[in-house]
Design a binder for this molecule. Sequence first.
Ligand code: UDP
Length: 195
Amino acid sequence: AEKIDILGVKVDSVTMAQAVAQVEGYMDERKNVLIATANAEMIMRATHDTELKDILNDAALVVPDGAGTVWAAHHLGYEMPERVAGFDLAQELMRIAPSKKQKVFFFGSAPGVAEKAKAKAEELYPGIEIVGTRDGYFKPEDEPAIIEEIKAAQPDLLLAALGVPKQEKWLNAHLKELGVPVAIGVGGTLDVMAG
Ligand code: UDP
């Protein structure tokens, strides 16, 4: 899809259906990629956080999350078909996961939240394999064990809810070692699922 430069962040002009197909392709091919969901807040932050900007511009896919991102693209004179919210993208991928036997790991949010989100996912998407959960409040010395836990679980899809920009920076730093086909920073998604 066409990449649209919004304040230096290249956002993919994709529909939800196109985004889902692209992410499914990465999982089928067992790539090792980072996906980001760019809302206005993230794009604004990237204007003064070059590490974040570089990570976003290296990501395999940056979806237009939020009305602000779609508005900005239109304002700049580009096509941007629709908003692709991180929450909705995660739900679409989880809906497909059981039929493709794709395993999912929930990393992030406060203690107990990921477990509640897992129970919700199992209710919404029968047969889904949530192969691990881990909260997002950890010390640097806990990181090797977290990485081992995720690697051992061998998820196809890692949903990381550590907030922006922590999730993008953490995933970028550890993506290779984790070896997961697809990792997505999903912000408050687990909180919303946990209710
Ligand atoms: N979070 C976390 N570890 C941290 C900081 C935040 O796991 O060190 C979680 C927090 O509990 C929440 C999510 O990250 O579940 C951030 O959600 P928010 O809606 O603030 O996302 P953002 O707008 O930053 O994408």
